[in-house]
Design a protein around this ligand. Structure first.
Ligand code: G1P
Ligand code: ZN
Length: 540
């Protein structure tokens, strides 16, 4: 039996953002989660007779949220929900399950790389039947629903058992509780040369994988330690904890500092990788070697023919606009198209669905391919392992050879966090008002070639997405991109993306090489005047 609960419109996700990320306590407050779920169900034309995938990254409130979502799906007439055991699924695994089971979509409970816990963040997002984040037309419809919502439906059945593999009847709906890992691990075995990687580990190759107490632990243990024979203990922080053990599960040099220090130490293992809360991001490091995500995408593209799944060649590649353009040089040499999209994985969806690109990536430690419709942390790690296994070279050798061949793209992102929203908005409005007149002017003695606010015309469906960040390109092809983060749950974050191309590959420290561009960016935004500081909080 189900009941209809009267409710009111509420403030849900911002239009255009994929999913809702808020403080956990807000999600736990009466009707909040329910309102968002019902809005989502309404936005996709109801769920009667439909099938979905459900799971999350193990953060606090995930199990309770799963019970609520299941009861609502049942009350709204859904036929089946495929649920990861204990309500656990990494985002890539959920995307894969949607695709192989041909469901009508899936619900992922995660706030990605944001910290978890009762005082931290929770999130829910809907992925469509292609396995990817809902596109703007769906997210805008969800937003419209939040403004007119009047009631939601929920079953009054008791909580079900989420920890056993079983098919459970919940008020007429099948809850199919499955192993969270095996289908995903099988997919990885199809894509990569597991025999070669096994041989690599058997030869004594050492690796550290830091799962940051989040969802990738069980996946990494099964794939790296069990199936590929990496030594026990390769995976650290391997049990998903509700508060991620207090870690901030964002794999970058700042938040994964313990892991970083180990890889930069004298007795570092040969290779290291870390993943974020929901498993779609990755950071890869070699012994004393940092690979920027932009270089990583370029290197995966360069070596793709070595990987069983890509031996026929790549259809094309795509990167988000702020991402460093190292991959552009590789695409050019391969004679394949390189697309530039706005920030956010959803913009790759159409290109992947249309078969125009095979690999894509973002500077924010996201890399992926057409095997699913999300970025995929472990996939990127296995890609690197496969390259290392086949080429028999070290991470550092692969990187040096790449720079020698294609030139070096110095790239860095500077984040200024916890900014009062009014100040950040005023700074962006001021920048916007000056943009069109900047061509030919100079900043820190660099002459501006183009200055514009980025718009994207989707070549597949013809839709345009405006206001996707400010981009200034100088006559020496150096580049500044500035935008405000769209994923925070409070305050504003300014992201500055800085790039300089050096064909001669003169070895310099990245921040040192970028110094003139950094100063130009501070001048461009009038940083000191608007936010009172020029030192970033996070540098990646
Ligand atoms: C950030 C990243 C972006 C990524 C998104 C979701 O968004 O910059 O590349 O797609 O998280 O993981 P932002 O906070 O910059 O809007
Ligand atoms: Zn994530």
């Amino acid at each position: 039996m189900y009941k209809i609960v009267t409710t009111k419109p509420f403030e849900g996700q911002k239009p255009g953002t994929s999913g809702l990320r808020k403080k956990t306590k807000l999600f736990m407050s009466p009707h909040y989660l329910e309102n968002f779920i019902q809005s989502t169900f309404n936005a996709i034309g109801g769920v009667d007779g439909k099938r979905f995938v459900l799971g999350g990254d193990g953060r606090f409130f995930g199990v309770e949220a799963a019970q609520t979502i299941l009861k609502m799906a049942a009350a709204n007439g859904a036929k089946e929900v495929i649920l990861g055991q204990n309500a656990l699924l990494s985002t890539p695994a959920a995307s894969h399950l949607i695709r192989i089971n041909k469901t009508d979509g899936g619900i992922i409970m995660s706030a990605s790389h944001n910290p978890g816990g009762v005082e931290e963040d929770f999130g829910v997002k809907f992925n469509a039947e292609n396995g990817g984040p809902a596109n703007e037309s769906i997210t805008n419809r969800i937003f419209e629903q939040t403004k007119v919502l009047a009631e939601y439906r929920i079953s009054d059945a008791v909580d079900i058992e989420l920890s056993k593999i079983a098919k459970i009847n919940l008020d007429g709906m099948i809850v199919n509780v499955i192993d969270s890992v095996s289908d995903y691990a099988d997919l990885m075995a199809q894509i990569f040369d597991f025999t070669a990687i096994k041989r690599l580990f058997a030869s004594g190759f050492s690796m550290r994988f830091d799962a940051m107490n989040a969802i990738t632990g069980p996946y990494a243990k099964e794939i790296l330690e069990k199936r590929l024979g990496a030594s026990k203990g390769t995976v650290v922080h391997g049990a998903p904890l509700p508060d991620f053990g207090g870690m901030h599960p964002d794999p970058n040099p700042t938040w994964a500092h313990e892991f970083w220090d180990e890889l930069m130490s004298a007795d570092a293992p040969d290779f290291g990788a870390a993943s974020d809360g929901d498993g779609d991001r990755n950071m890869v490091l070699g012994k004393n070697t940092y690979i920027t995500p932009s270089d990583s995408l370029a290197i995966l593209t360069e070596h793709a023919l070595k990987i069983p799944a890509y031996t026929k060649g790549l259809n094309g590649v795509a990167r988000s606009m702020p991402t460093g353009s190292a991959v552009d040089h590789v695409a050019k040499s391969l004679g394949i198209e390189c697309y530039e999209t706005p920030t956010g994985w959803k913009f790759f969806g159409n290109l992947l669905d249309a078969g125009r690109v095979s690999l894509c990536g973002e500077e924010s430690f996201g890399t992926g391919s057409d095997h699913i419709r999300e970025k995929d942390g472990l996939w990127a790690v296995l890609f690197w392992l496969n390259i290392l296994a086949v080429s028999k070279k070290s991470v550092s050798e692969i990187l040096q050879e790449h720079w020698a061949r294609f030139g070096r793209t110095y790239f860095s992102r500077h984040d200024f966090e916890d900014l009062p929203s009014d100040k950040a908005d005023a700074m962006i409005a001021d920048l916007s008002s000056r943009m069109s007149g900047m061509k030919g002017a100079s900043l820190n003695d660099l002459i501006i070639k183009t200055a514009e606010e980025f718009s994207f015309l989707d070549p597949v469906d013809g839709t345009t997405s405006n206001n996707q960040g400010f981009r200034v390109i100088f006559e020496n092809d150096a580049r500044i991109v500035a935008r405000l983060s769209g994923t925070g749950t409070s305050d504003a974050t300014l992201r500055l993306y800085l790039e300089l191309y050096d064909k001669e590959n003169i070895k310099l420290d990245t921040q040192q090489a970028l110094e003139p561009i950094i100063l130009a960016a501070h001048e461009l935004l009038n940083l000191k005047k608007f936010i009172g500081k020029v030192r970033p909080d996070v540098i990646t």
